[in-house]
Design a protein around this ligand. Structure first.
Ligand SMILES: C[S@@+](CC[C@H](N)C(=O)[O-])C[C@H]1O[C@@H](n2cnc3c(N)ncnc32)[C@H](O)[C@@H]1O
Length: 314
């Protein structure tokens, strides 16, 4: 782990200023610590092919130590092996498990897709959440897994195939167009949108923050609003959508939802804060309802994340 002093030296000043603008100093310190730690490996059992008890037996036989996750029976925190060690096992190679950060498992759990649902995953690659949702749906129903980037879409197809997902169709194109193509078609929509990635910054890896700039944040916020509008149009009345990002700033999170509250017929639904590491959404100068969203502060097991659950009114 690098020191906090080193974090302050390495992170762009504008990014540090933006964090201090949004959060109390104690929270900013926590975020800096989160950016300094190496993450523990976490994974999800793929219930389309395997089950948690068999996985636990397998790990014990192979001297892999782990902790359970109190809010998700299918997830484990690995204590004495990194991703490369896990990738050597047949259970990885055959798609029995999926390496995924705990925070990334939250949006599908909040969206709660059910067997038979029609689900839109508007920005799907590499497919962490598409594969999780297909497992939650027991491979029954339909998922339109959209991705604009052709190379990332190939990775998505590979992962869907490896994980035994039968109900997902991959669409390669701009998510912004789907609302017009599929008006009021989907029961649930996942908007896991492209973002500036502040929640996945690791100060030891400059590539995780080199591309960050306020200009980029503004640009992404415009794209996020377009994707929101498209997802809203594609959602059935009374349908549920989840908006999520792996970034921490207000512009790409609360301000997008605040704009949506002003422009669409929606309401925000409460999310249970099942870990003390989650904060309520920020409301200063914004709609009070935004407190129902959650923000995950990065640490050794969690990436920084923002999640908001929304219902389209009739
Ligand atoms: C946060 S990642 C998605 C992660 C994915 N949901 C998962 O859980 O594995 C955002 C994705 O959005 C894609 N993207 C960027 N612009 C897009 C657009 N206009 N329409 C659809 N996807 C887009 C990026 O290529 C990237 O793969």
């Amino acid at each position: 782990m690098v020191s906090i002093k080193e974090v302050r030296k390495r992170l762009p000043q504008e990014l540090q200023d933006s964090l201090y603008e949004n959060f109390e100093p104690g929270i900013v310190d926590k975020i800096f610590y989160g950016m300094a730690y190496e993450k523990l490996t976490t994974l999800r059992v793929n219930t389309l092919k395997y089950d948690i008890l068999s996985l636990i037996n397998f790990l014990k036989e192979n001297n892999i130590k782990f902790d359970r996750v109190k809010w998700y029976r299918d997830a484990l925190i690995i204590k004495n092996a990194d991703e490369r060690d896990i990738e050597k096992f047949s259970i990885y190679k055959e798609g029995y498990i999926y390496l995924q950060n705990l925070s990334s498992m939250i949006p599908p759990l909040i969206l709660e897709p059910k067997e038979g649902d029609k689900v839109l995953d508007i920005a799907a690659a590499p497919g962490s959440k598409t594969t999780q949702m297909a497992a939650m749906m027991n491979n029954k129903g339909f998922i339109l897994a959209n991705e604009v980037d052709k190379i990332r879409a190939e990775r998505l197809k590979y992962n869907l195939n490896l994980q035994g997902v039968k109900i997902a169709e991959v669409r390669i194109g701009k998510g912004e167009k789907i609302g017009e193509e599929y008006p009021e078609y989907f029961d649930r929509v996942l908007l896991d949108v492209p973002c500036s990635g502040e929640g996945i910054i690791n100060v030891s890896e400059p590539k995780t923050y080199r591309g960050w700039s306020l200009k980029e944040v503004e640009k992404l916020s415009r794209l996020q609003k377009k994707l929101f509008e498209s997802g809203y149009k594609a959602l059935k009345p009374n349908g549920i959508m989840v908006y999520s990002t792996c970034t921490l700033n207000k512009k790409e999170n609360e301000e997008v939802i605040n704009w949506a509250l002003d422009n669409f017929n929606i309401k925000i639904l409460s999310i249970e804060k099942f870990d003390s590491n989650f904060l309520n959404g920020l409301t200063k100068g914004l709609n009070e309802e935004l407190k129902k969203c959650i923000r995950v502060i990065p640490n050794q097991i969690y990436e920084g994340f923002f999640v908001c659950k929304i219902q389209k009114k009739d």
